[in-house]
Design a protein around this ligand. Structure first.
Ligand code: NAD
Length: 337
């Protein structure tokens, strides 16, 4: 039998465990897997693009476990009442090839993206950062806010979205969170006085959401919405002044903010190198840092490992008969007789 955590199961886990505790522990799982980065198989994700979106497969393996995620990105979807991003994933046993665990990953992608952002900020944002501007208050937004609260000690969020309804939803959902929430009238207004700017917008085009005029010395930029060819959020001039951190350079060159500088990853640092102690994180209080996040398979692998361990530890996880049980492995047809 294959263990399953579906959407209701994930909601039960999150409510039982607490979202902030979940985010903090997930951050540690991702950190542990980034620290052993060379032991993973790595490749840019396989992306199938259409005019309105993308469907991607994200595989990796550490030699003992194999994992993959199916994920889509369709900014047009919210117009018809559907999510921009949905996902599910699988962990399998390398020794037998048998699947071990199937998991919803729509909630888990938002959680792991937020945890990875918080992990990057732990190493490259100013440690005294308490104010974050959050631009784009769609599906990912609350998870980002809560991860930065739980992991980085952010206390105040200045938020902006072109959709007033999405801003109201964000404020409603985080009303009891302990975060101080300040609505802004523009992205530039949200960035005023912020230590960190997180961009989480969805538009399948190149927008200049973060301009040079908005960026102050010492700021950390956490750009998560630019994650596809032709889909970016940060003005090219900002890239010239920032120290840039990425997940996996070959994939980020295709999908991240640095696609604006085709073919060159000069000066770009992979986050795992900082976590493993091979390269420095932030070097001064005035340095501008940018986490050019696109989402990488090892984050999903770590997230699947975490949820598997958490669900197994709590007991009572659902099971799915996904692989036949046979008394004679050569008699598959016998199941029909
Ligand atoms: P969503 O559609 O639910 O929300 C996006 C929000 O951005 C909407 O509320 C929209 O009104 C707002 N927006 C669009 N243009 C804007 C602008 N110019 N200024 C201010 N607000 C604007 O999408 P989501 O699920 O929250 O995802 C957000 C983005 O993050 C998407 O682009 C998605 O592809 C990306 N994403 C990245 C990762 C990663 O690992 N880096 C993971 C998940 C999602």
């Amino acid at each position: 039998m294959v263990m399953v955590v579906d959407v209701p199961g994930m909601v039960r886990l999150l409510k039982g465990h607490g979202v902030e505790r979940f985010l903090a522990e997930l951050t540690d799982y991702i950190s542990a897997d980034f620290a052993r980065w060379p032991s993973f198989e790595k490749s840019p994700r396989a992306a199938s693009h259409s005019k309105v979106g993308v469907i991607e497969l994200m595989p990796t393996s550490d030699g003992e476990l194999y994992g993959f995620k199916y994920v889509n990105g369709h900014p047009i979807n919210t117009r018809s009442g559907k999510l921009t991003v949905t996902a599910f994933g699988v962990l399998a046993d390398v020794a037998t090839g048998y699947p071990l665990f199937v998991c919803e990953m729509t909630l888990l992608t938002a959680l792991r993206t937020a945890a990875t952002s918080a992990l990057a900020a732990r190493h490259v944002a100013r440690p005294d950062s308490t104010v974050m501007a959050l631009i784009g208050t769609g599906a990912q937004a609350e998870f980002q806010a809560l991860a930065f609260k739980a992991v980085n000690g952010v206390k105040r969020i200045r938020y902006y979205d072109i959709d007033a309804g999405a801003m109201a939803k964000f404020a409603r959902n985080l009303a009891g969170s302990g975060l101080v929430l300040e609505a802004a009238g523009s992205a530039a207004e949200a960035a005023e006085g912020a230590d960190i700017i997180t961009t989480a917008t969805a538009a399948k085009t190149r927008i200049e959401l973060v301009t040079e005029a908005m960026v102050r010395p010492g700021m950390h930029l956490n750009a998560i919405g630019g994650d596809c060819p032709g889909k970016t959020e940060v003005a090219a001039g900002v890239l010239d002044h920032a120290r840039i951190f990425v997940e996996y350079t070959p994939q980020t060159l295709i999908e991240g903010e640095i696609q604006a500088r085709p073919g060159t990853a000069e000066g770009v640092t992979e986050l795992w190198e900082v976590i493993a102690g091979l390269k420095p994180g932030r070097q001064s209080a005035t340095e501008i840092t940018l986490f050019d996040s696109v989402g990488f398979a090892i984050e999903d692998f770590a997230a699947l490992r975490y949820v598997h361990d958490l669900a197994a530890g709590r007991g009572g996880a659902a099971e799915l008969a996904l692989v036949p049980t046979v008394s004679d492995p050569k008699d598959l047809y016998g199941l029909l007789v």
